[in-house]
Design a protein around this ligand. Structure first.
Ligand code: BT5
Length: 331
């Protein structure tokens, strides 16, 4: 860790107290001018630090940015998030991650941005990514076959739901295959709650028949951001349920959970992931509509099988396996 990072750690450990500049200089064997330069660097990143001639420096507040040092501070992972590329603004974190992956960057590298100008969903759809959300991509190089890849999306939805559960008091659920949602009560108490999307996952892969070259797991979470008007009936932010969510903490827990579930997959223990996804599923037992580019199927969602496919029971009592699709709940 560089000296600026070490100074920040000391200031954080003494939040709201003065730390002597002279002591810092002695500790790191650098001049007071060098300490001052480090403080200026931290201020430029948004840390509010007061300076007092005799007493030294006092950290007043930490910026609400997804700064790598905030996410990495206390991050309990072995490889995911050890290397973070941070942007205030970028077209798409998935696109940038793809370029890095093609250059051979190490597994676990994360690309994160405050804002995306061309955030994308599945099938090239637009993903609204204003400031205040978490927009990130993780580069993975799994040693399993491309057929197992859909489970990565499930692992990611599960990681997001569990991270939200740990950091907030919000009950997040999974809407197969790639959404994390929350249930919002309707005005009429008798009606079932409405499901709103707080997170979408876009998993992209470069593979040969039997071998995956790399996988990019793109995760977008609405946290403190505004939701565009045209999406308000289907989407919402976590801030509509709880104020003041610490985005760096949420991102940190997310990376930890993602590594945990990804490692389960590598150990061939995906059954555990599927079991947990079933428990958090918002669609199992419900009548759903599955929209494909050329047709719509209606049926009851009765299971998510071991391959991660959705099983629908149709009107004529036959069962249909769905590998991917757009699901809407018929509530
Ligand atoms: C997804 O696609 O849900 C995948 C979204 C992945 C976004 C992340 S952000 C980081 C990384 N970098 C990227 O460029 N992308 C990934 P899909 O299931 O196709 O859903 C897309 C649909 O969700 C849109 O057509 C809208 O209806 C809706 N939508 C768009 N923006 C949204 C938002 N911020 N919150 C909720 N719904 C949104």
């Amino acid at each position: 860790m560089k000296v600026t990072g070490k100074i920040l750690q000391i200031l954080k450990g003494n939040m709201d107290k003065f730390v002597s500049g002279e002591q810092l200089g002695i500790k790191f064997k650098i001049s007071r001018t060098a300490i001052w330069k480090s403080i200026q660097r931290l201020r430029a990143k948004g840390y509010r630090i007061t300076a007092h001639k005799k007493e030294g420096y006092k950290l007043i507040s930490v910026p609400d940015f997804l700064l790598p040092q905030e996410i990495q501070d206390g991050l309990k992972t072995k490889f995911i998030g050890k290397n973070i590329y941070y942007f205030r603004k970028i077209p798409s974190t998935n696109e940038h991650a793809k370029k890095l992956a093609m250059k051979g960057i190490e597994e676990g590298t994360v690309v994160i941005a405050e804002r995306q100008t061309r955030g994308k969903g599945r099938l090239g759809r637009h993903w609204a990514s204003p400031a205040g959300g978490i927009w990130l991509s993780v580069i993975l190089r799994p040693k399993f076959t491309p057929q197992d890849a859909p489970i990565i999306t499930m692992a990611a939805t599960l990681a997001v739901a569990r991270a939200i559960e740990e950091v907030t008091e919000i009950n997040a659920k999974i809407k197969w295959p790639n959404d994390v949602v929350i249930e919002v009560k309707k005005k009429s108490q008798t009606k079932k709650p409405q499901v709103k999307k707080v997170c979408g996952i876009l998993t992209e892969m470069a593979a040969e028949i039997a071998r995956i070259n790399y996988v990019i797991v793109g995760i977008g979470i609405n946290v403190n951001n505004k939701i565009p008007r045209d999406l308000r009936s289907i989407a919402c932010g976590l801030n509509e349920q709880q104020y003041d969510i610490n985005r760096s903490l949420l991102a940190k827990r997310l990376l930890e959970k993602l590594e945990y579930y990804y490692c389960l997959m590598l150990e061939k223990r995906s059954a555990h992931i599927i079991k947990e996804c079933r428990k958090l599923s918002v669609i199992l037992g419900e009548m759903v509509k599955v929209r494909f580019p050329d047709r719509i199927i209606t049926g009851r969602a009765i299971n998510i099988n071991d391959k991660g496919s959705l099983i629908l029971k149709l009107k004529n009592n036959t069962r249909q396996e769905i590998i991917a699709g757009d699901i809407s709940l018929r509530r």
